[in-house]
Design a protein around this ligand. Sequence first.
Ligand code: ATP
Length: 236
Amino acid sequence: MLLELSHVAAAYGPVQVIEDVSLTVPEGGAVGILGANGAGKTTTLRAISGTVRVPRGSIQFEGRDIRGKRPEEVAALGIAHVPEGRGTLGNLTVQENLRVGAYLRKDRAGIESDIAFIRELFPHLARRYASNGSALSGGEQQMLAIGRAFMARPKLLVLDEPSLGLAPSTARDVYAAISRLRTETGISMLVVEQNANLAFSVVESAVVLETGRSVLSGATAELRGNDEIRRAYLGG
Ligand code: ATP
């Protein structure tokens, strides 16, 4: 397994918001995390990237225990996290944001060809290449955040609700690009999404969280056939 969470609990100060979350991402796989508002999806991602306290459970990445590691150590091991709200650098241009994403890399030729790939993948971004991040639309900022994270060439790309706040057609464009990124590079992904239809266009399996617990997991085809899942996350 690339990533394995076993019975993880997570807390903000004294307030424990995740009780018992288990999930796995296979090498080369793409896995979704579904759940209602407040179920603990974002906190699960924060537990992985080291930005929230994890009092119980184990988090293994490539067989190594990463629980309690600092965010920069987790990133250096090959996990790139695109947070909800994106976190692109507003006072840097699109080009500068992409280069910041590659700051740990030394392979100049690889960096240039990855930038060309991102420009081709996100034509909107290519057109705004010299614009400041703060001048971009919400959809463009999401694309930039994904592009920047990819520029680190992580082993695992962690995406927190890439569709949040976007118009439906923009959300579909963003997911079409995520899907291409995945099929053309084979990069592993862990994707939090409330809109299961969008998530299922990319992931092969998903885990469902309810009030801080993982209650169900399975292949997307299996989950699509589950009445409860259809009603709660697939719009009937
Ligand atoms: P959403 O889709 O709304 O982001 P989520 O499933 O990602 O939902 P989380 O953001 O992980 O849920 O939140 C889980 C619980 O933790 C919620 O009850 C939330 O109020 C609480 N919570 C989130 N951030 C903090 C914080 N910084 N301090 C204390 N409690 C928090």
